[in-house]
Design a protein around this ligand. Sequence first.
Ligand code: SAJ
Length: 402
Amino acid sequence: MHAASKKICVVGLGYVGLPTASLLGTKGYSVVGVDTSADVVQKINAGQVHIVEPELNVLVKSAIGSGNLRAQSIPEAADVFIIAVPTPIVEGSTPDIHFVEQATKSIAPYVTSHNLVILELTCPVGTTQKVVAPILKEAGHDVGEDVHLAYCPERVLPGRILMELVNNDRIVGGITPASTEAASAFLREFVAGEVFETNCTTAEFVKLSENAYRDLNIAFANELSIIADQAGINPWEAIRLANRHPRVNILAPGPGVGGHCVAVDPWFLISHFPKESRLMRTAREVNEHKVEWVCAKVKEKADRFKNPTIACLGLTFKADVDDVRESPSLRIFEALREQNNGRVIAADPFVRNGLAELLLPAEMAIKEADIVVLLVDHRQFRKLKLEDFKDKILIDTRGAIT
Ligand code: SAJ
């Protein structure tokens, strides 16, 4: 079937669903995007975006303008259903997959013979087989033969989503070999990277392994940075030099790990395999501890003043994105506001939500501060030089200012 004659229903218009829906729209598919938020639906239909991601506004505008993409609050019949809803971790470490269950139930009445259902979310190992397939079966579908079901995780990096959406290699794991084949044939229509086939449980495990691997490697960098600080060594210089070894590639220390993926996904494995996941649990602890360590560092400096003004540069979870989910920087800002006797101010050119009212332009925040804590290496902040912090105490958690 040619793209133009294929209809796609994308459920969940967030960081994965919206780029996917708009990309498919611009490729000529007829796409219906579904989101439970009336605001999100209205914005997208007006050709606007509710998240900051380079070029996404252009893509959405073009997909909406072409008539190939429209958003609404309920699903409708389609050839391919893509589920891209959140899977949060609640109470610190327990996966909550009720959005996946809800989304599957919401499409079940519209699914018909020869349809393909793709899950593009992160979930505990076994979710496709034990949770999603039974819901579709209960609705009367012959899953794996007549209606195809596959788990095809996204690996896009916030900040580079549109490029990576097309160019990354993909893993496709069907509930049956026939479903794997159907899903990989579909992905190959618009993915330039290679498509690798496996079963759905392996694909779920692979997705979790990737982000747990990153968490572990960042934990190593964060641990090194704490040791280096104690030993009076510049961690960024030490890591840069160590990385000149042909088989060493240490990541960058920071104020901790945030975002909705790397800081969260290891728990999908740890919570189900608690005894077997000692290293992953320790990595989580090390990365969490980095937040407290930064706060303690700031306190040590602040104690020299009576009522110091502390300026935090950056509140998002990483550079050049607007996302504050699980942001260590935001947690540090909030903790400093609790612990400091004086004012705690902040600047972040990317933050647009309710927090924006609390923010000042960077130059003003720096000017007013006794202590500046650089928490996110946004491109605007990377332009700053050490001489911009004359007469200030600078705590640079990202090694961004030279
Ligand atoms: N971080 C560091 N030091 C580093 C790299 C990252 O402190 O050297 C911090 C960041 O500041 C941030 C956190 O780690 O707080 C995570 O950022 P990230 O850029 O490593 O990853 P995400 O969460 O934006 O995207 C990850 C990616 N996964 C991997 O790189 C293995 C992406 O490819 C996934 O698609 C995404 O998770 C996801 O959706 O699962």
